[in-house]
Design a protein around this ligand. Structure first.
Ligand SMILES: NC(=O)c1ccc[n+]([C@@H]2O[C@H](COP(=O)([O-])OP(=O)(O)OC[C@H]3O[C@@H](n4cnc5c(N)ncnc54)[C@H](OP(=O)(O)O)[C@@H]3O)[C@@H](O)[C@H]2O)c1
Length: 339
């Protein structure tokens, strides 16, 4: 492996560059009962060391991940090597009341043991507070050097347009994107490209489902089956749609066949496809072990021929049509949170 081969891509028009593979740190600081279960800090340490060796410099956080323990763990693990990392973290929109953003940002800075956040994102669109005042506060904090680049996450065209209209410069829009979740392609991507906003894709392996390690959907941990891909009677599902399990199964079988034909592990093919999208700034995966991270790195660094890209687009098209253009994969109709 040659770490220098990991490409850096520009974060919109901000001047900042990040590695095309980013490490999602949601599981850091996890305890039994948390979404990803318990996570040993030595494992986090090993993951960060492996990531830096591989040329991965972007680490993705949020104040809400494991109630702040994830940021704390990353802060401890990055001690003495903060300058090698680009840290992104997110503010929960329920904390975006006028005048309150500063204290939330200070909390993240303290937990991460740093003086500045490289990319500070609004985790979901702000619904309960005046957006103009919130974006002005973010711009003030940026002018003080506490934030390098302002970003958003889960912003559809309406929310993104509204945020850009305030004059705020947005470096990145972080969105759910993978072979089985392509809704952003129709509207969000074209707007981001037109306005110079970078795109970061999260859940690039659909929480492990695209790694090919599950033989059937019923083998997947139930908590990972809440999205619109799956039946509404799955535990904790809240979308109320019929799901698209037949299309998911068919797409997975065809992706597996293409991967086998190329002699590639499925996760590598899925990640290579995502990184090959010309508008993709950074692909986030939540690797649990350095081994998973290395395999993901190998996938990201592969260049897929145009005919393989086209084939993958084609075999996932029926699922895309069935699930439609709603980029909110957890909620739908009037409850969809992405506008
Ligand atoms: N902005 C948002 O609203 C939002 C939402 C979700 C996530 N995110 C960010 O995106 C990051 C990544 O998302 P994610 O963690 O949900 O998704 P992901 O990368 O699709 O899934 C992570 C899981 O996939 C499995 N995995 C990863 N690499 C693998 C490999 N090479 N082989 C086999 N299995 C592999 C591991 O599962 P096992 O546990 O089974 O080993 C890991 O826990 C998060 O950490 C977070 O930073 C943002």
């Amino acid at each position: 492996m040659n770490p220098s081969a990991l490409e850096l891509r520009p974060v919109g028009q901000s001047g900042l560059e990040i590695s095309v593979l980013g490490l999602g740190c949601w599981m850091f600081g996890g305890q039994e009962g948390d979404y990803w279960g318990g996570h040993d800090e030595r494992e986090a340490h090993n993951l960060i060391s492996a990531a830096l060796e591989l040329g991965v410099n972007y680490f993705d956080e949020a104040e809400m991940y494991n109630s702040g323990r994830s940021e704390e763990a990353l802060g401890r693990v990055l001690k003495g090597r903060r300058d090698k990392a680009v840290i992104g973290t997110k503010i929960n929109p329920v904390h975006c009341a006028t005048g309150r953003i500063r204290e939330r940002l200070e909390g993240s800075l303290q937990r991460l043991q740093t003086d500045y956040i490289d990319i500070y994102m609004v985790h979901w669109p702000i619904r309960d507070f005046p957006v103009q005042a919130a974006y002005e506060e973010l711009m003030t904090l940026q002018s003080e050097g506490k934030i390098r680049v302002i970003g958003v996450s889960n912003y559809g065209v309406q929310d993104l347009g509204e945020a850009l209209a305030t004059g705020m410069s947005i470096g990145i829009n972080q969105m759910h994107y993978n072979l089985l979740s392509r809704a952003i392609e129709s509207e969000v991507v074209p707007l981001c490209v037109e306005r110079g906003v970078g795109i970061m894709g999260y859940m690039a392996l659909l929480q492990g489902i695209l790694s090919g390690k599950y033989h059937t959907i019923d083998d997947v941990p139930p908590i990972r089956l809440r999205t619109r891909h799956f039946r509404p009677d799955r535990p904790d599902s809240r979308h109320g749609e019929p799901g698209a399990e037949a299309e998911v199964n068919k797409a997975l079988a065809e992706i597996r066949e293409i991967a086998d034909g190329l002699g590639l592990p499925m996760e590598q093919l899925a990640l290579a496809w995502t990184a090959s999208k010309p508008w993709m700034t950074c692909v986030l995966t939540g690797a649990r072990t350095p081994e998973q991270l290395r395999s993901n790195w190998e996938g990201i660094t592969r260049v897929l021929p145009a005919d393989v890209m086209a084939k993958l687009d084609a075999v996932t098209e029926p699922l895309l049509r069935k699930l439609g253009n709603n980029p909110d994969y957890w909620q739908s109709g009037a409850n969809a949170r992405i506008r």
